[in-house]
Design a protein around this ligand. Structure first.
Ligand code: SAM
Length: 248
């Protein structure tokens, strides 16, 4: 079984030991039932990675002896930084998208208000929504053992999101695309340093939005003849990209 990795704050590390309490304690002791002697990895907010052995467990605290100095992060991949540029979908579909795409290695999320997005984010709701979305990516990152938490940003429109793109490879998943498949677009091309994928809401992209993305260097690609739900599209393309570029 691979060594489980937990995110902690560097303030809980002192004199070669980590003092673990709260959610991380609950996950280690109650959910995973790891006991004294179990090997774990800890990663702090600076990205420093430690190997350690659980040395003692009490009712609500665990002590971990950090057996080595910060280990070189062997989890570092050379996969491109992939941004999911997602039009806000209805209800809690965004929770699933943030969670699953975090598990699949999305580097960050740019969420935007699509012209056909049913869900709207008023200015006064923005901070609260961002906080909730960031909590989802943080929890998903912790669960899958990532040493980084994908940031989430918000843009009021497709135009704003498209204008912000600076990734090397820019794709827009367009249900109206008939010429270029994902396979044709990705096969044979160099692994990019970074990529961004724009995905429409349930109602799809408005032609004007497709234009706006194309003007910012996004290539329209098709995911085939079946129409995927908006929450399926990002998961599908991330899995393909990680298969191609991260050797999963
Ligand atoms: N309202 C659209 C329709 O009925 O044609 C469907 C939109 S789909 C539910 C939501 C988004 O997922 C699309 O805007 C697109 O970004 C992506 N998507 C779904 N299926 C796709 C496909 N076969 N090819 C390219 N993109 C697709």
């Amino acid at each position: 079984m691979s060594v489980r990795r937990f995110m902690i704050h560097s303030s809980c590390i002192r004199d070669g030991y980590a003092d673990i309490a709260g959610d991380v304690y609950g996950h280690i002791v109650r959910v995973l039932r790891l006991g004294v002697g179990a090997l774990v990895q800890l990663v702090d907010e600076t990205g420093a990675l430690y190997n350690g052995t659980i040395s003692s467990i009490t009712k609500n605290r665990a002590e971990i002896a950090l057996s080595l100095l910060p280990a070189a992060d062997s989890g570092q991949t050379t996969a491109p930084r992939i941004t999911i540029c997602q039009a806000l979908p209805k209800g809690d579909r965004i929770d699933l998208i943030l969670q699953k795409c975090t598990e699949l290695g999305a580097h960050d999320f740019c969420l935007f208000g699509g012209r056909r997005s049913v869900a709207k984010v008023r200015e006064e709701q923005r901070a609260g929504k961002l906080e909730r979305w960031r909590k989802i990516t943080s929890e998903a990152a912790r669960q899958c053992g990532r040493s980084d938490v994908p940031p989430v940003s918000w843009f009021p429109s497709a135009l704003d999101a498209a204008a912000d793109a600076d990734q090397q490879l820019r794709l827009i998943l367009w249900e109206g695309e008939r010429e270029h498949s994902l396979k044709q677009t990705l096969t044979g091309r160099e692994k990019p340093a970074s990529a961004v994928v724009a995905i429409g809401p349930e109602g799809g992209f408005d032609p004007l939005e497709v234009e706006q993305f194309i003007r910012q260097g996004f290539q329209p690609v098709s995911l085939g003849s079946r129409i995927l739900r908006t929450e399926t599209a990002g998961i599908a393309i991330l899995a393909v990209m990680q298969y191609m570029w991260d050797g999963i």
